[in-house]
Design a protein around this ligand. Structure first.
Ligand SMILES: Nc1ncnc2c1ncn2[C@@H]1O[C@H](COP(=O)(O)OP(=O)(O)OP(=O)(O)O)[C@@H](O)[C@H]1O
Ligand SMILES: [Mg+2]
Length: 272
């Protein structure tokens, strides 16, 4: 039997790709964002938000003006990891981003809600328009590097980000247990179809290094990231260990206190 097109979908699939320019966000006067990287995964819970914040910390510590956009509207976790919860200043026409102690500017829907425990019950198109507003209406000023922490998967928000924002590259995050090939493939294929270059893959929670013996244990199974990278002709940017200290820093909003941020080397080698 011939494959049936889902009801409501045009036969030419992602029609929106053809009209890419129609969705472009306009640059706000006074903003100059030089490079934007989206931090993406197929599956949830692999560490995108932690890694987005660590990337922001890395460029910030290298003295680049750094911004971070929390594009996970229904599951925002950036304020918690960065330890800043104050509502960003807002007027009728602009939003002032929040700023960490170290000077990272960021925006998250949780900074704009009266009660950050309230769920966001908005449908896809509205979620997308919030992300667009994060670009068009936030007074970012000069930013050398902006990271976009994405929700997992290939839904409305990633589609809006890819179509609307000037993303220079995608950083794909996986974990050994998250490497269900098909799910990662969907995220990679989406980026390819949208013509956004993938800088490479970071494998998070790759192994645990025993502090007593120094031996590496592959708690979540053997890594398949090299195979994946080869299959899609991508670079492996790095493998990060399972680190109880990192969980602690993220859970307590102290990520900027991280010692020897392992992403500094990745930034120097692949992002600058
Ligand atoms: N390398 C690591 N070692 C130990 N804990 C980690 C590591 N990376 C992330 N975590 C922890 O794993 C949990 C999930 O991480 P995080 O929220 O960054 O994932 P995510 O991919 O953004 O999730 P979601 O898809 O829900 O947005 C957090 O509690 C975080 O502190
Ligand atoms: Mg997240």
């Amino acid at each position: 039997m011939a494959k049936q097109q889902p009801v409501g979908l045009e036969t030419d699939g992602f029609k929106a790709y053809d009209d890419k320019d129609k969705f472009k966000a306009t640059n706000k006067e006074g903003n100059n964002i030089k490079k934007m990287y989206a931090v993406v995964s197929g599956k949830g819970g692999v560490g995108k938000s932690s890694i987005s914040c660590m990337f922001a910390d890395a460029t910030n510590k290298l003295n680049y003006k750094t911004g971070l956009m929390d594009a996970d509207i229904t599951g925002p976790s950036v304020p918690k990891i960065l330890g800043v919860h104050e509502v960003a200043g807002a007027t009728e026409t602009e939003v002032i981003p929040a700023e960490t102690k170290g000077g990272i500017k960021f925006i998250s829907i949780n900074l704009l809600l009266e009660d950050d425990n309230e769920p966001v019950l908005w449908r896809g198109p509205i979620l997308g328009s919030v992300v667009k507003q994060f670009y068009e209406e936030v007074s970012w000023g000069e930013v050398d590097y902006m990271f976009v922490d994405m929700p997992p998967g290939t839904g409305d928000v990633p589609l809006t980000v890819y179509q609307s924002l000037p993303i220079d590259g995608i950083i794909m995050v996986t974990s050994p247990q998250g490497l269900s090939g098909m799910i990662v493939a969907k995220a990679i294929n989406m980026a390819n179809q949208m013509n956004i270059p993938i800088v490479g893959i970071v494998e998070n929670m790759s192994y645990f290094e025993c502090p007593d013996t120094g031996k590496k244990h592959h708690i979540f199974g053997e890594s398949h990231v090299e195979e994946l990278a080869k299959k899609y002709d991508l670079k492996v940017l790095g493998k990060l260990p399972i680190s109880p200290q990192l969980t602690e820093l993220c859970d307590n909003g102290r990520i900027e206190e991280i010692k020897n941020n392992p992403l500094v080397d990745i930034v120097k080698e692949h992002l600058l």
